[in-house]
Design a protein around this ligand. Structure first.
Ligand SMILES: Cc1cc2nc3c(=O)[nH]c(=O)nc-3n(C[C@H](O)[C@H](O)[C@H](O)COP(=O)(O)OP(=O)(O)OC[C@H]3O[C@@H](n4cnc5c(N)ncnc54)[C@H](O)[C@@H]3O)c2cc1C
Length: 499
């Protein structure tokens, strides 16, 4: 079956990413994106992972494009504060280049054990942690490269491929502008229903006050309205609320002086946690909590006390962790919130959208969606990915923090999962061991090690060798030299803005 007419419903991040990715893979498809300006977009989702930067880059959208148009800053990882019962913190950073990272380099397990024994904690000899502490970007300016570069960042040497923080509203508006420029048709209308044939395949979209829009394939990016897999197909829902009880988020902004570190902060609170994401002109923040323990007013009061300022939150987001069993059902693919949502911790939602779009395009699913094999090629990895994300996120809450009923009850009500026990057993003595695909697909071993050691669930402490100590000293010296050569984060952002 050759599909020529694609209709996307929804103009948030998911909808416009879908439009651009499908257009890139199928330049001859006629793509129409229908979204209602009146309904608007959610406007949340400002933290990402490096794969999203790469996904955008493959679509011809560079880091400097996002910096210039979407108030972006760099993200080298997530700093977890107050999760372990004291005021301590640990970092989950993205992997820098091999010569600068203790975990991604080719050294053996004994050396890593030495690193930890000598330096007490993985973060003490962590290149990204040093950059974050010094508010630096992982880029060294090398003027001689500039003649060969398409974007300002390509005129620099990059030591760690970054993720981005951005203003979600500005990102959706910018992606829309790029997509329309590339020939994608945009219709501002409310979708009323879908017309389907006897096999329940969609052949037209009914919009309010207009003629039907005929289609061969539907991409549902309608956010929490969940028009496709939810309302039309009544697809089975796989709930994760048996392990992830947080169900409400209260967003708010706080000001900053522009001199921000390239990191998301995740601050554990009495009944959940607060994200603190630096974009160019503000921190976007939000308290994510379990509504059986607190409510919007109390959560905001607790956040006000923590930040020492009065806060305003015009919104409250309600959600329940879970996903549709399948993401491709007949000729309907769902993405973004219309497909799944776990919770904001670890910023996985846009990452899942990009991941599913890639597997959809690699499987040539636009033309072969009616094949059982294609459906499996898209749905199976999606299921594994989502389960892996849920397992990984759940691990973060199994901590020694016990100051409120939320933290006291968490470990008994939502105990350590069997899969997580496997990860602990595997990585306990060998931090470079391989995890099974079900665990590895969402987050690589390095990420598991960072969280497990940050939470004190695995401790590496073995006798060191002279050779390993020499290696560590050289690694640290190299890290310090490179950090010194890197541009300041603010300087880097300003350079991209003005280039
Ligand atoms: C509190 C919170 C924090 C989050 N933080 C992160 C994060 O840090 N990182 C991350 O990756 N993800 C995060 N997410 C998820 C993120 O918001 C989504 O992945 C995505 O970026 C935005 O969602 P969307 O495009 O699926 O939906 P939306 O932005 O809600 O867009 C839905 C679109 O559908 C349209 N629509 C709906 N109904 C109709 C209709 N009947 N007719 C016509 N149009 C219609 C709307 O107008 C809109 O254009 C967060 C989500 C929440 C709730």
């Amino acid at each position: 079956m050759r599909t020529t007419n694609v209709t996307i419903v929804g103009g948030g991040t998911a909808g416009w990413l879908a439009a651009l990715r499908i257009h890139h893979a199928y330049p001859h498809a006629k793509i129409t994106l229908i979204a209602s300006e009146e309904i608007g977009i959610l406007g949340a989702g400002e933290g990402t992972v490096p794969l999203v930067t790469k996904f955008l880059g493959d679509l011809g959208i560079s880091i400097s494009d996002v910096v210039k148009n979407c108030s972006a800053t760099l993200k080298l990882g997530i700093l977890f504060k107050n999760w372990c019962g004291g005021a301590g913190e640990y970092l989950h950073n993205f992997a820098p280049s091999e010569t600068l990272d203790e975990l991604s380099s080719g050294v053996n397990a004994e050396t890593i054990e030495c690193v930890v024994t000598k330096y007490k904690h993985l973060d003490d000899i962590n290149f990204s942690a040093k950059l974050i502490k010094n508010k630096k970007a992982p880029y060294t300016f090398i003027d001689t490269l500039s003649f060969a570069s398409n974007t300002p960042e390509q005129s620099m040497s990059c030591h760690s491929f970054p993720a981005l923080h951005f203003d979600a509203n500005k990102l959706a508006a910018y992606l829309k502008q790029v997509a329309i420029h590339r020939g994608i048709r945009n219709v501002d209308a409310k979708v009323v229903s879908f017309r389907t044939n006897a096999a329940k395949e969609v052949y037209a979209v009914e919009i309010e006050g207009g003629p039907d829009i005929s289609t061969d394939f539907l991409v549902d990016c309608s956010g929490f309205a969940r028009l496709g897999l939810g309302k039309l197909h009544n697809e089975e829902w796989v709930s994760y609320s048996d392990k992830l009880p947080v169900d409400t988020a209260v967003p708010f902004f706080i000001p900053h002086n522009n001199d921000v570190a390239p990191v998301t902060e995740a601050i554990a609170m009495k009944y959940g946690w607060v994200w603190k994401i630096p974009v160019r002109d503000r921190y976007g923040c939000g308290y994510v909590f379990d509504s059986t323990h607190t409510n919007k007013e109390e959560a905001l009061a607790e956040a006000e006390n923590y930040f020492g300022m009065s806060l305003v939150s015009p919104k409250e987001f309600k959600f329940s962790a879970g996903r549709y069993k399948n993401t491709l059902v007949k000729n309907c693919l769902a993405l973004g919130l219309a497909q799944s949502f776990i919770e904001p911790l670890e910023a996985t939602s846009i990452y899942v959208t990009c991941n599913v779009l890639d597997s959809f395009c690699y499987a040539n699913a636009l033309n072969t969606w009616d094949s059982k094999f294609t459906q499996e090629d898209v749905n199976e990895p999606y299921g594994i990915l989502m389960n892996g994300v849920a397992t990984f996120v759940h691990l973060h809450y199994i901590t020694n923090r016990k100051d409120t009923a939320f933290w006291q009850e968490f470990s008994s009500k939502y105990p350590l999962l069997e899969e997580t026990e496997t990860a602990i057993t595997t990585l306990k003595n060998h931090p470079k061991a391989e995890l099974p695909l079900e665990l590895h697909m969402a987050f690589a071993e390095q990420s598991w090690v960072k969280i497990l050691s940050g939470l004190g669930r695995v401790e590496y402490g073995f006798p060191t060798t002279k050779e390993a100590e020499t290696y560590c000293a050289a690694l640290e010296k190299n890290q310090n030299n490179v950090v010194r050569s890197c541009m300041g984060h603010q300087e880097f952002i300003e350079y991209l803005e003005t280039s």
